[in-house]
Design a protein around this ligand. Sequence first.
Ligand code: HEM
Ligand SMILES: N[C@@H](CC(=O)c1ccccc1NC=O)C(=O)O
Length: 283
Amino acid sequence: MKETHQDVNATTSEKSIHTDFTNNMTYGEYLQLDKILSAQNRLSGHHDEMLFIVIHQVSELWMKLILHEMGAAIESIENNDLSTAQKRLARVSKTQSQIIQAWDVLSTLTPSEYMEFRDSLGQASGFQSYQYRMVEFALGYKTEHVLKIYQKDPDLHAKLTEAFEKPGLYDVAIRALHKAGLPVDEDILNRDVTRTYKENDSVRAAWMTVYKNPEKYWELYELAEKLVDIEDWLQQWRFRHMKTVERIIGFKMGTGGSSGVGYLKKVLDQRFFPELWDIRTEL
Ligand code: HEM
Ligand SMILES: N[C@@H](CC(=O)c1ccccc1NC=O)C(=O)O
């Protein structure tokens, strides 16, 4: 079985299930429910900690699907198959909209309920979510300092470093612009993909051409709109996270050591596909 570059958790158990259970396999065996449903260990014993754990686990499962689809979309774009890429990216944004719904459920947790079990979380924080970092990497936001967090786990560190060094969704989309005959600066096409993408005039001009001639560049036009969907949803996720955090812990510091809401507000300024937003003013 070929693993995509994003498929961090494709474990041996995932592969061996084929050989072990293909005959007379049950629902629970197929879904490995024994593992999933025995992983909700409330450290504090507090009733509401179940909600907290389940929301995080559900979000991580959806992120797994997002990484799977984004990795495949990147490959499709590299192989000039833009219609398959669009299909995968449509699934990504629908999944993002599902994750966002989780904030409505979490908002039923009041500040005092959360404070009753917050101490049992120690210094653990969503800041350490490696799948979230891999999503950011695939979207071209390359924060090298986050790799250090995983130094104690060499396997994870290696997987994250691999994701960090790969071209992101926007890199391959820009190469697709070039392949379609639109001029893009050489230094962008050969850019160091371990750096966060910075906006560029030739890329802006190329997207302008696509948006002004959609019938001529239909697949690129549709791809661009899918990218806008994904950035839009990701920013909505970030905003709902920030607002839910403010609602639950106010302006307390985060368990991960950051200022908390102040930090989460600042990350909202970061953009993934800047030209696709900038051109809207000119169109
Ligand atoms: C009561 C609920 C929550 C609170 C109070 C909370 C609080 C925070 C705070 C304060 C930070 C900043 C880092 C720190 O100093 O800890 C953070 C980061 C983060 N949290 Fe949460 N969070 C909550 C729920 C969630 C959920 C459900 C997820 C879903 C997976 C999540 C994912 C993340 C991620 C990915 C980051 C890193 C963001 C970044 O660096 O841009 N959080 N959270
Ligand atoms: N950073 C949160 C703690 C927190 O939310 C958290 C703790 C352990 C595992 C996941 C978490 N979620 C997101 O940050 C806080 O400061 O309360």
